[in-house]
Every structure is written in C-alpha cells, then in structure tokens.
Design a protein around this ligand. Sequence first.
Ligand SMILES: *Cc1c(COP(=O)(O)O)cnc(C)c1O
Length: 376
Amino acid sequence: MTARIREFLKQRTDDGPCLVVDLDVVRENYLNFAKALADTKVFYAVKANPAPEILRLLAGLGCCFDVASVAEAEAALAAGAPPERISYGNTIKKETEIAAAFGLGIGLFAVDCEAEVEKVKRAAPGSRVICRIHCDGSGAEWPLSRKFGCEPAYAADILEFAHKQGLVPHGVSFHVGSQQHNVEAWDRALASTAAVFRACAERGIVLAMVNLGGGFPARYVRKTPKLESYGRAIFRALRKHFGNAIPETIVEPGRGLVGNAGMIEAEVVLIAKRSPEDDVRWVYLDIGKFLGLAETIGESIRYPIRTTKDRDQTAPCIIAGPTCDSVDVLYEKTPYPLPVSLAIGDKVLIEAAGAYTATYSSVGFNGYPPLRQYVI
Ligand SMILES: *Cc1c(COP(=O)(O)O)cnc(C)c1O
C-alpha cells in the first residue's frame, strides 16, 4: 500500500467497499514500460480501467490507447489523445461501430477474418489493418482462449484480401494471455508472426508492425518475473525471428499498467462455522464476484488480502461475497489463510485490484451499488 492510499483511507468517512487508485504508481509503471521495452510504443488497454483521471495522465505522458468500443475511443479522445494514437483492437465490431470510430478519425483496426475485413473496407475505407493471430495462452492465469485470432497460416490470406479491398495491411497482433507468467511466451507467437511477414513479402505486401499485445502481470499472491525480464526475452525473440530487420513494435498492457496501482478496502460482514467441529470458517465480505472481483472465477486471480491482524496465527477460510447467489464464492477449492482473530466488522485490504475490477462490477445486483472508485 502506498502512503497516499493509506492517508486517503484514514480520512475516508463513507461506508461500503471502495477501490482507490494511486496515479503516481500508474505513472511509474508507464515509465517502467518505456524503459524495459525501449523503442516499443505503449498502447494502454483502456478496458483494464477506463477512469478519466488515468486516461488523462497517460495521454499527457504520450501514451497511446487500445480501445474495444466507440465509447472507449471517445474516452481516450476526451482525455486528450489524438485519433492517430488510438488503435481499435477489438476484432469483433459492428459495421456501425467501425464507421463511428472512423468518423472520430481512427484509422487502425484489428481483424482476424475476411468478413471483418469487408466491414472495415465498407465503413473505414483506406484504413490500416492489423491481423490478429491465435495464441494458445499457456502460462497465463487468465488465458484468452480460442475466441480471438486466426490460425497463423491463414493470416497472409486475410492481409492479402485486405490489400485487394483497398485497405493497408499494416501488421500482425497477438495476445499471449493475460497475467502471463512465462517470459518466453512471446517466442512462439513471434515465430508465427515472422512467418506471416515472410508469406506477405512473397506476395509483395510489406508489413510494418508487430503488436505484442498485453499479458504483462501484476503482482498478486504468486511472485512474477520482473518487467525487464519480459523486455529482454521479447527482444531476444525478435532478434531470433526477424534478424536485423526488426519491425516497429507496440505493446498493449492493461493489467501491467494499473493492476498494482489500486487497492480495495472492504469489510467482514459475517464469519460462520457450519458445524461446531468445522475448522474451515466461512468469511463473508461486503465485496464479491458481482461487485468487482469477477476475476476470481475459477479462482484464477488470487488477490493478496491484508488485515490489521496479520501477525496473528492463521487458519484456512472460505471467502465469499455478500450476494444471494451461490457462485459468489471467491476462494473455496484452495482455502485462504486468514487470522483466527479476524472479527465481524474488521476492514480487509485487497491489493493489486486496479485492473479489471470497477468495470466488472454489476450495476445493482441485490441492490448493491457498483464498486466506488477514487483516483488520487
Ligand atoms: C485485454 C487486452 C489487452 C490487455 O491485456 P493485459 O493482459 O491486461 O495486459 C491488450 N490487448 C487486447 C487486444 C486486449 O483485448
């Protein structure tokens, strides 16, 4: 926890769970990306946390933006980013959305099939397109599965098709899966990417850019490699597969830019034993899967949870949210150690909660308001 967040929480008088994001940490993260991945432009994945204060800070630092919808594009523009610094990275767009983005001045779109190329051709003629290739996501705690990206061997056909439709085939993108622990995960994707570059070159199409995606981790319970290790492994892979002709590169971090900048303060609502001899207690918080902690689905993301009693002896707990839905259980398969002295009404701090929380909160399930967010 940063001193600024500690001070803010001390002064706070309102009730209910809240997320506090420290902009100083976001700034530091941005500068770290610039250092660890020199010559690589950073496109912030807006979906991770679209708070206007975060977008304004990043826009002011010269950051670019990866958006998935017209509303996200408008938010980036409102924060001061010119349209040339915005990439529409979602491969699943309505033609009306492409037209609206084009109307806002955006001219870079991701595609992963011919039908999407046709839409871009009609709604955003002459634009640059990036073809997204599929990655298996192994090594990631929050993999992106087969939903996105074509088979790498098909990408040159799609880019050639785009060329014939009057679009500009600009490059290749991939995403190695979010919260990626393996710094070598980019190697295989870059091997495929280099093959697409060669296949296109044989057809007279010169690609310019590789979009290395996101996947850079935030530190949760499990230790993660340092950002510099990712930078070094990626650069090694670029050299290995592209030799001296390394193309222009960009990254699209979401979690890696804002994850560790935010912390949620929540409260213990109930501690229950289901039978007198039960040694695993149920701890119910005033936050759960529906109020911002959706990434505990499958117990994928294991947040560090701090209490004021962390020096005391601990015992395994099942942690759950307050809503009347039985899926609203955070950790049960792997119970979570919490102090035996933890009591109803105690505050708990959920660390590294700056990404994929506030926007994942429901609008009013069971009457609970969406997670409140303060950006300081
Ligand atoms: C979600 C997403 C990102 C950000 O991923 P992180 O793992 O949070 O860094 C980047 N690019 C695209 C296309 C995405 O969908």
